[in-house]
Design a protein around this ligand. Structure first.
Ligand code: C5P
Length: 240
């Protein structure tokens, strides 16, 4: 197949155009970064692993009537996706208090958050992804109140669906980050990825870290952890 133009290069993914104007190919790279891109590495096989996990979780969401950009996995590592106009929000859902929440607020470590906390950060490297409120988001023209309400509702629904699905796989969904965009008709659609790069997964029995926190903490078995969580989430027949 002929090579297609790169439309966008992120910290761990590339987006390529296709023959169809409303479809793109999202390619998961092996790069891993943390702390605003300060800490960097390349983990052979991570892109494949994240593409399989993300595809599986998008399929689970589609089966539960959540609109996602996912069309199909073309080959391991590359996902055919609907082209979206992305909204510059990092929508974070938290079921347990950990990570940056503990640095900013006096929550108890590992405190259960029920109802879950939904937090929206402005996806903007120059401003270091500051936390938003609805008024700031609307005044910046990022989204309308109706869109923010819809994004919150979809995020809560996604949290329920994924928490239940992952629980059956032996994984506690601690928190995660989503990104949304708009399709051609202006519908709010889930985009980006849902992988160990963008979620906290804990072993339901041991509460061991099964995600990018292993990299943030400087563990030396990060790729083993990604492989392990991949085999927990993805059916064996789908792992190459
Ligand atoms: O760092 P913090 O505790 O705010 O992260 C909350 C969740 O959002 C974690 O699962 C983390 O992996 C994810 N996240 C992300 N991208 C960011 C910030 C956070 O995927 N830029």
């Amino acid at each position: 197949s002929e090579s297609k133009d790169l439309i966008y290069a992120g910290k761990a993914k590339d987006v390529y155009e296709t023959e169809k104007q409303n479809e793109v190919i999202v390619t998961f790279r092996d790069d891993i970064t943390a702390g605003d891109g300060e800490k960097k590495d390349n983990l052979k096989g991570k892109g494949h692993c994240n593409s399989l996990i993300s595809s599986k979780l998008f399929e689970v969401l589609e089966e539960n009537n959540v609109k996602t950009q996912y069309i199909q996995l073309i080959e391991t590592g590359s996902m055919l996706s609907k082209k979206l106009e992305m909204i510059p929000l990092e929508v974070i859902a938290r079921n347990i208090a950990t990570g940056s929440l503990l640095k900013r607020f006096p929550f108890e470590e590992n405190q259960k958050l029920d109802p879950p906390i939904i937090q929206m950060d402005y996806k903007n490297d120059e401003y270091h992804d500051p936390m938003l409120n609805d008024e700031i988001t609307i005044a910046l023209g990022i989204a309308t109140q109706e869109e923010l309400d819809e994004i919150r509702n979809i995020t809560l629904k996604i949290n329920k669906i994924l928490s239940e699905f992952l629980k059956e796989k032996g994984i506690l969904l601690v928190d995660f980050k989503l990104e949304f965009g708009k399709d051609e008709e202006g519908n709010i659609v889930l985009g980006d990825e849902i992988s160990p790069d963008t979620c906290r997964y804990w072993d339901i029995e041991t509460l061991e870290t099964l995600d990018k926190d292993s990299f943030r903490q400087g563990q030396d078995n990060v790729m083993d952890i990604y492989d392990q969580v991949c085999s927990m989430i993805v059916d064996e027949k789908d792992i190459e």
